[in-house]
Design a binder for this molecule. Structure first.
Ligand SMILES: *Cc1c(COP(=O)(O)O)cnc(C)c1O
Length: 403
């Protein structure tokens, strides 16, 4: 076996949460438990997307319009729509052939690390979406796990002191994982903050892997939705985006990765190579493309009707987020996120699990203990806006009277 797998920590978080909820439900059969711990969308696919999906399925049933394997990188119609609508319209010069369509950002981020050397210095957020860390552990880039930390990883601590936006380290690192709007903290980096990271990457010949899975939740026009809105980022960054949280595709599966042709990586002699060529080669060798009907469904997100429907979908969740944020503030807790993000990160002080237990037992509401996302998550819980409006209102009323 690959012995590096033995270093992985089993994620107690969600199984422990499920266990506690089940016990509570058994002892309180009349309480309707409300789950605000969900990291998944809850609203159905918008009508224009469903219509496009159905039309494409129909095409697949006819000899004249049937399609077999498509291009590994995605159909031109989708890559062109993404480049035009998501980047060029916002002043970022990304070309369709710099976009690689895939079946998920989780897989893309997990797969991407195989393009790099073994002895890299990797910087990862704390707290963090676990995929960045675990895939580097599997690949053997870490040592032992002690006190919540892997040997060999540079942890970028997100704390109240830095408003949950870590600054570039003094130390040299080669590969940097950033995620804004952040899961779990909901924090969003400003242009200036991202520009510092881009400057660091230029200065230290580092590469930024930017996870923008929640970019569609950014409504403040001053905040960057893509790292490519920052001058010079197109030489030092790759970006990951998904239709999952944006258009409700968590169960439909479509995402894309942007690798600008100008990004270079270096061999052991210091010779530069295009990152685009490496990722393209990996994609061609190991991936056979996303289902045609799914790519047509994703394309519909950029039609006039699709844009309107997706904006409504996002507004719905942002409305939930506001209700949560305002209730939390009224009770007297500090929090971040919930504006330009579907997650609210609440500073509870003390033990995150203790707070979790209190909210579950007194209010019958499930939140996510921050410690499950990394040691700096202690003293925090994540509340998710992914749920029905009615449930969110009810949950916050119950929490308010319980606390
Ligand atoms: C949900 C999520 C993704 C999306 O992953 P998909 O595989 O495209 O569904 C990526 N990054 C973060 C931080 C997420 O929370």
């Amino acid at each position: 076996m690959n012995e590096h797998y033995r270093k992985l920590q089993s994620s107690y978080l969600f199984s422990e949460v499920a266990q506690k909820v089940a016990t509570f439900q058994q002892n309180n059969p009349d309480t309707d438990v409300i789950k605000l711990g969900i990291g998944d969308v809850t609203r159905p696919l918008p009508p224009s997307i469903v219509a496009s999906l159905q039309k494409a399925v129909q095409e697949m049933s006819q000899p004249g319009t049937f399609r077999g394997y498509g291009p590994e990188q995605g159909y031109g119609f989708l890559r062109e729509a993404i480049a035009r609508e998501e980047f060029q319209a916002r002043g970022a010069q990304i070309e369709p052939d710099e976009i690689f369509v895939s079946d998920g950002t989780k897989c893309d981020i997990g797969n991407f690390q195989e393009l790099f050397a073994q002895d890299l210095r990797v910087a990862i957020g704390d707290p963090v979406y676990p995929v960045y860390l675990d895939t580097n552990v599997m690949a053997g880039r870490t040592g032992k796990f002690t006190d919540g930390h892997y040997e060999g990883i540079h942890y970028l601590r997100s704390t109240p002191e830095n408003s949950y936006i870590p600054a570039p380290p003094r130390e040299e690192v080669d590969l940097i994982y950033l995620c804004f709007p952040n899961n779990p903290t909901g924090a969003v980096a400003t242009r200036e903050q991202l520009a510092e990271w881009v400057a660091y990457a230029h200065e230290h010949q580092a590469l930024i892997l930017f996870d923008a899975a929640y970019e569609a939740f950014i409504r403040d026009p001053e905040l960057p939705r893509s790292i490519f809105e920052i001058e010079g980022a197109d030489r030092v960054a790759a970006e990951f985006r998904s239709f999952s949280k944006t258009a409700g595709f968590t169960g439909t599966r479509c995402a894309y990765t942007i690798v600008p042709k100008a990004v270079q990586v270096f061999d052991s002699n210091g010779e530069p190579h295009a990152l685009h060529t490496l990722w393209n080669r990996r994609h061609n060798t190991k991936f056979n493309g996303v289902a045609y009907p799914v790519q047509r469904a994703a394309e519909a997100r950029f039609s006039e009707q699709g844009k309107r429907e997706v904006a409504e979908l996002i507004s719905y969740y942002l409305g939930n987020a506001r209700i949560i944020r305002e209730a939390v503030a009224k009770i007297g807790y500090r929090c971040t996120g919930g504006e330009n993000s579907p997650y609210i990160w609440v500073q509870t002080g003390g033990s995150a699990w203790e707070f979790f237990d209190r909210i579950l037992s007194k209010a019958g509401v499930v939140v996510t203990p921050g410690i499950g996302f990394g040691p700096s998550g202690e003293g925090h819980v994540r509340i998710s806006a992914f749920n029905d409006r009615e449930k969110v209102e009810q949950a916050m009323e119950r929490i308010t009277s319980a606390l």
